[in-house]
Design a protein around this ligand. Structure first.
Ligand SMILES: CC1=C(CCC(=O)O)c2cc3nc(cc4[nH]c(cc5[nH]c(cc1n2)c(C)c5CCC(=O)O)c(CCC(=O)O)c4C)C(CCC(=O)O)=C3C
Ligand SMILES: [Fe+2]
Length: 369
């Protein structure tokens, strides 16, 4: 039942929304079919795409990471004496979002606040989840009539995210024999350039996905240099490109950049900070810890990977602060969003046409369109 005294009021349930991943070999191809739905990719190709999952026993780390995060969020809510139910749903694997909507209704919820495990603005990280929520409510049918689902704003610049990365970067740089000429490589998931060009509210802003990463990276580089008395440089690179070879995606690829830096000389080590990810997803353990680390070894470049926020206290506390900020907004209070990246706080209710789906127009929740 709604508890109007709760600091999370008017919300009576919190829902962690994530990508999902397989947990057994027989789940790999069905998972990939869902990820690539509508693109007619034959199963034989999906078997190849799934190779890095098969190489790890068919189990993605992502669901276990989310279980850990849920436990830490629950503990932090309990510590603040907030008893609001905390639920979990995925886009591409069990537990699916429709089940989470059923659960919310079973618990008597009427307003659900969602926290997506993706901190930036673009179709894949924002609107697609909003479409998933609309589809989940549609799946549940009339039982979900009147259920309100809101989400927190893109939170890449939240101090909880920034401070967790700063601490991890300081630790990684301090452990190097010669940090003065290290290079920080901020890494995120590559996306088609067309998706980046249209990320944001669509009134000429665009390229918000890259811009948000660049701004967080700049702030982190400044903070870490100040903390350690250094003057290292940082730059943004990309991992996990997929899609058709002819389609332009964001570059440079992290591997190519490591090779270039080794050839140019003058860089004592690469410090790889995957700021596009909140925890050690498959992209991090495979594309960075395995592939990029191998590339670095091949060209003789010392390589360290910076810890992701994961279940870091700074991150977990920050995410609870973010939920409380959204609840205050929903109550109509005047809220000054906490941020490390002033001037780039995105609204909690997405603008019409923001981060559009370039393939189809679908209903989406949590927006004004
Ligand atoms: C921006 C972005 C994020 C970050 C935001 C967020 O967190 O959502 C993200 C996360 C993730 N992506 C993941 C996995 C995959 N992404 C794929 C494909 C794609 N990703 C894209 C973008 C993103 N992806 C895009 C533009 C494609 C092309 C096809 C499409 O438009 O959908 C494919 C298909 C195979 C392939 O094409 O290689 C897989 C298997 C996993 C799970 C990892 C695990 O198991 O730990 C996670 C967290
Ligand atoms: Fe992806």
């Amino acid at each position: 039942m709604p508890d109007s005294a709760s600091p999370l009021a008017p919300y009576d349930a919190v829902l962690l929304v994530s990508f999902g991943g397989p947990e057994a070999p027989e789940e790999v191809v069905p998972f990939l079919r869902r990820v690539t739905a509508g693109r007619d990719i034959p199963d034989s190709r999906l078997e190849e795409v799934g190779e890095h999952y098969f190489a790890r026993g068919g189990r993605s780390p992502i669901n276990d990471l989310n279980r850990d995060l849920l436990a830490r969020l629950r503990a932090e809510l309990d510590r603040r004496e907030i008893s609001t139910p905390l639920l979990w749903g995925n886009r591409n694997s069990e537990p699916f979002l429709a089940g989470a909507v059923h659960e919310a209704l079973d618990q008597g919820a009427s307003r659900v606040l969602t926290l997506v495990t993706s901190a930036y603005s673009c179709y894949s990280s924002c609107r697609q989840y909003r479409e998933d929520l609309a589809a989940a409510v549609d799946d549940v049918g009339p039982a979900a009539d009147g259920l309100v689902i809101d989400k927190v704003r893109p939170y890449f610049g939240h101090p909880g995210v920034g401070r967790a990365w700063r601490r991890a970067l300081v630790e990684a740089l301090s452990a190097l024999p010669d940090p003065t000429s290290a290079r920080i490589l901020y890494v995120t998931h590559s996306i088609p350039t067309a998706m980046d060009d249209t990320s944001g509210p669509g009134d000429g802003e665009g390229n918000l996905y890259v811009d948000q990463h660049v701004r967080l990276g700049r702030r982190l580089t400044d903070e870490v240099n100040a903390d350690l008395g250094l003057a290292v440089e940082g730059e943004l690179v990309f991992c996990s490109r997929s899609g058709r070879p002819g389609q332009p995606w964001l570059e440079p690829d992290v591997n190519d950049r490591i090779e270039e830096l080794a050839a140019e000389g003058g860089v004592s080590a690469v410090v790889v900070a995957p700021i596009g990810f909140v925890s050690d997803h498959m992209e991090v353990v495979h594309d960075l810890d395995t592939e990029a680390a191998e590339t670095a070894q091949k060209v003789g470049m010392p390589f360290v990977r910076v810890a992701t926020p994961g279940t870091d206290d700074l991150f977990v506390e920050g995410m609870v602060d973010l939920l409380l900020e959204r609840a205050a907004q929903a109550r109509g209070e005047v809220v000054l969003p906490e941020t490390w990246v002033p001037g780039d706080v995105r609204p909690s209710v997405c603008d019409p046409g923001c981060c559009p789906n370039l393939r189809a127009v679908k209903p989406a929740l949590c927006g004004s369109d």
